[in-house]
Write a protein that binds this ligand. Structure first.
Ligand SMILES: [Zn+2]
Length: 227
């Protein structure tokens, strides 16, 4: 399986590193956090944030606007893609084959109560390189997840009871691009995604477009234009 890969510019990595360190420093003063994912390790925050920025880059969102950069982190979705509320799951291991959900959170009722609609997994494959492994709906994950037993060979260090799915069960990230809607990219181009079912590739032609009437039309990629 080939997953889409993204590389982050050094300036993005540095911004995330500073933010992660600032969060840790802000907590040293004892300011209470609403998040239960409390950690003293800036690398935990750094990797999670880098993976969220990667998702923004992939879908053409501005990370500075799409993500919560305040130090008050909340345990709901990380970013919105149209109406979808995405909780990004990150792994710092290039060989990660499983997408887990924290047992601390499920035990605290944060899975059922959490305001998110989709889980999306990103894994780190190089110092500034990442792979977008796929997504699953909240409902699907709740219905289909496996439960880590004691001493799972591929889940060393996990707390028994952790919910997870193998990443080959995830759906391709391309499919969610149509939820993003059209947007103007960094080069100033107006980009549309193919709206044929869940294709999501870049669309070349639009039908029934009338901007003056506010009609954006239906856009299709070269493979689906003649269907
Ligand atoms: Zn298509």
């Amino acid at each position: 399986m080939n997953y889409p890969q993204m590389r982050l510019p050094a300036s993005h990595v540095e911004k995330c590193r500073q933010w992660a360190q600032d969060i840790i420093d802000s907590r040293r003063g004892g300011s209470p956090s609403r998040s239960i994912s409390y950690s003293k390790d800036p690398d935990i925050f750094l990797n999670g944030r880098l993976c969220e920025v990667v998702v923004c880059q992939y879908y053409g969102l501005r990370a500075s606007e799409a993500l919560n950069w305040s130090f008050q982190q909340v345990d709901d979705f990380d970013l919105q893609l149209g109406a979808l509320k995405i909780d990004v799951k990150s792994s710092e291991h290039a060989y990660a084959e499983l997408m887990p959900y924290s047992v601390v959170r499920t035990d605290a009722g944060l899975y059922d109560g959490g305001d998110f609609s989709h889980l999306l997994m990103v894994r780190k494959v190089g110092p500034d390189e990442f792979e977008l492994c796929g997504w699953m709906t909240k409902q699907d994950f709740a219905d289909r997840h496996l439960v880590a037993p004691e001493g799972h060979p591929k889940a060393a260090g996990w707390i028994p009871g952790t919910w997870y799915v193998p990443i080959e069960w995830l759906e391709p990230v391309e499919q969610l691009r149509c939820y993003r809607g059209p947007y103007v990219d960094h080069a100033g181009r107006f980009v549309h995604w193919c709206q044929h079912e869940l294709c999501g590739r870049e669309a070349g032609r639009g039908f029934g477009v009338d901007v003056r009437q506010g009609r954006l039309g239906r856009w299709l990629c070269p493979d689906h234009v003649n269907l």
